[in-house]
Design a protein around this ligand. Structure first.
Ligand code: ZN
Length: 439
C-alpha cells in the first residue's frame, strides 16, 4: 500500500452539505482497488497523525486542501468561441458556435483541441466535468481518449441535432442514434469515464430523434442525459411552437422519456412551479450557468425557488457561452445572480453553500455523491492544493478573515487560477511530486 499524506488546512463537507474546516488537517490517500487513488482518511492532524505516523507526509501549510471542482455543463468544441459577442443565444449559436463546432468533423482537429480543453480544466481546478462534445463521433472519441490517458472522471456525449442546424453540424436521425449506442458500448464505464445522451436542445431535435434518445436512456439507466432548457425567452417560444402538445419547454423532455436520475439540464431559468415540481419528482438536476446567463443576457436562476421546490442543482461554467473556466468566476457570478432581486427574490448565498454547489452538491446532482466532490474516505482522490496567499491582496484579505465564510468569500471574490497550486487527479500522477501546478 503506497499511502501518502498531505498536511495542510482541509476543506470538506459533512453529510448535510455543511462545510467542515480543519486549520491543521491531514489527508491520506492510497491506490484503490479499481486502479486509481482514493482517500483513506481526512481530518484533524492531531487526531489522525498517530495512526499514520509511518506514512510519508508532505507539509503543504499554509495551503488548503479542497475537493476538486465539478463542472456540470461545459462545451469542449466551444473553446475557441469563448468571449464572442452576440445579440443573444440564437444569433450566438448561428454566427459563432455552429461554425466552430463544424470543424470537429475532422478527427485531427478534435484531437488537437482535446488536450488544450483538459489543460484548462486542470489549471482551474476542475476534476470532473459533464461535457458537450460536438455532433461528430470523432469529437467524443478524441475527448474520451485524452481524458482516459490523464485518468480523469469525465462524462461526455455526441450532440444530437437533426434539424434547425446548418450543414456541417446537423446529423441524421437514424445514424445519430446508432452512433450514440455504439459510443455507449465503447466508452461508458471504461475506467472513470461515463457517457451522456446529449440532445442539444429540443428545437434542434426532431420528434423521432428525441423519442429515440429516450428509448436509449431507458435501456441504459446508468448512462447520463444532458441538454439545455428554459435559457432564453425567444428559445422558449420557439420550443413551444415546435412541440405544441407539451405543457412547457421542460415537459417536452418529460414527454420523450428524458427526465430521470442522472439527467442534467443546463440553465432552468424561466421555470414555473409545475416545472420545478417535475424536476424534483423525476430527480432531475439543473446545471446553473451564471457567467453564461449574464454574458448572453438570458436571465437569473432562482436559487430560492429551486431550494423551496427541492430539486438538485449545481454550478457550471458553460464555456463558451460562459466567460471563464475558473470556478472562482462561476462562484462569484452565482453569488451575484443570487443577489439579483428585481426579477425574483434576491438572497445572499453563503460562500460555503456556493462552494458546495460546485463540489459535493454538483457531484450529488450527477449521482456521484461519495465518489467525487468531497474529501471523505472512499472518495476518489481528486484534490486541489489551494494557495490562500497567491496574490498580495488575497494574502492581506485571507489573513484578516474571522471565519470560514469570510475566508471562502475572499477566495471566491479574489481568487483565480493562481490560487490553484496543484490539481491531483485520482487516476493521474501520484501526490509524491509535491505542489507544483501543471501550468
Ligand atoms: Zn450549454
Amino acid at each position: 500500500m503506497q499511502q501518502h499524506a498531505w498536511r495542510a488546512s482541509l476543506l470538506r463537507f459533512d453529510a448535510n452539505g455543511r462545510a467542515v474546516f480543519e486549520r491543521d488537517g491531514l489527508l491520506v490517500t492510497a491506490p484503490g482497488p479499481q486502479g486509481w487513488r482514493v482517500i483513506v482518511a481526512a481530518g484533524d492532524h492531531a487526531a489522525l497523525a498517530p495512526q499514520y505516523a509511518d506514512v510519508p507526509t508532505t507539509d503543504l501549510r499554509p495551503c488548503i486542501l479542497a475537493p476538486g471542482f465539478v463542472d456540470l455543463h461545459v462545451h469542449y468544441p466551444q473553446l475557441d468561441v469563448i468571449g464572442s459577442p452576440a445579440e443573444g443565444l440564437l444569433p450566438w449559436l448561428e454566427h459563432y458556435t455552429f461554425p466552430a463546432e463544424s470543424r470537429f468533423a475532422d478527427p485531427a482537429h478534435a484531437a488537437a483541441v482535446a488536450p488544450v480543453f483538459l489543460d484548462e480544466l486542470a489549471r482551474n481546478g476542475v476534476t470532473t466535468a459533464l461535457v458537450f462534445a460536438s455532433s461528430h463521433p470523432a469529437s467524443v472519441e478524441a475527448l474520451f481518449t485524452e481524458a482516459r490517458r490523464r485518468g480523469l472522471r469525465l462524462i461526455t456525449g455526441k450532440c444530437l441535432q437533426d434539424r434547425h442546424s446548418p450543414d456541417g453540424v446537423r446529423d441524421a436521425t437514424e445514424q445519430s442514434l446508432i452512433d450514440t449506442e455504439a459510443l455507449i458500448a465503447r466508452w461508458h464505464g471504461v475506467d472513470r469515464l461515463g457517457y451522456a445522451i446529449t440532445p442539444r436542445f429540443a428545437p434542434s431535435c426532431s420528434e423521432a430523434q428525441l423519442r429515440g434518445a429516450g428509448e436509449i436512456a431507458a435501456r441504459h439507466p446508468g448512462v447520463w442525459i444532458q441538454s439545455h432548457v428554459a435559457e432564453n425567452l425567444d428559445e422558449i417560444r420557439w420550443a413551444r411552437e415546435l412541440f405544441p402538445d407539451s405543457r412547457s419547454y421542460l415537459a417536452i423532455y418529460e414527454d420523450h422519456g428524458l427526465m430521470r436520475e442522472r439527467a442534467v439540464y443546463a440553465h432552468c431559468i424561466h421555470f414555473d412551479a409545475d416545472d420545478r415540481a417535475l424536476m424534483r419528482q423525476r430527480r432531475t438536476a439543473a446545471a446553473v450557468c451564471p457567467t453564461s446567463n449574464l454574458f448572453l443576457g438570458s436571465g437569473f436562476f432562482d436559487f430560492a425557488a429551486a431550494e423551496d421546490a427541492g430539486f438538485a442543482h449545481g454550478l457550471a461554467s458553460d464555456v463558451g457561452g460562459g466567460t471563464s473556466f475558473s470556478p472562482f468566476r462561476t462562484l462569484l457570478a452565482a453569488y451575484e445572480v443570487g443577489r439579483e432581486g428585481q426579477t425574483k427574490p434576491g438572497l445572499s448565498l453563503p460562500a460555503s453553500r456556493l462552494w458546495w454547489l460546485h463540489t459535493a452538491g454538483a457531484a450529488a446532482a450527477l449521482g456521484l455523491e461519495g465518489v467525487v466532490g468531497n474529501l471523505a474516505p472512499g472518495c476518489d482522490a481528486d484534490v486541489l492544493v489551494l494557495d490562500p496567499v497567491a496574490t498580495p491582496l488575497l494574502a492581506r484579505r485571507t489573513a484578516q478573515a474571522q471565519s470560514l465564510e469570510e475566508l471562502l468569500m475572499a477566495l471566491i471574490v479574489l481568487g483565480d487560477d493562481r490560487v490553484v497550486r496543484r490539481t491531483l487527479f485520482a487516476g493521474g500522477p501520484g501526490p509524491e511530486a509535491g505542489p507544483s501546478s501543471p501550468r
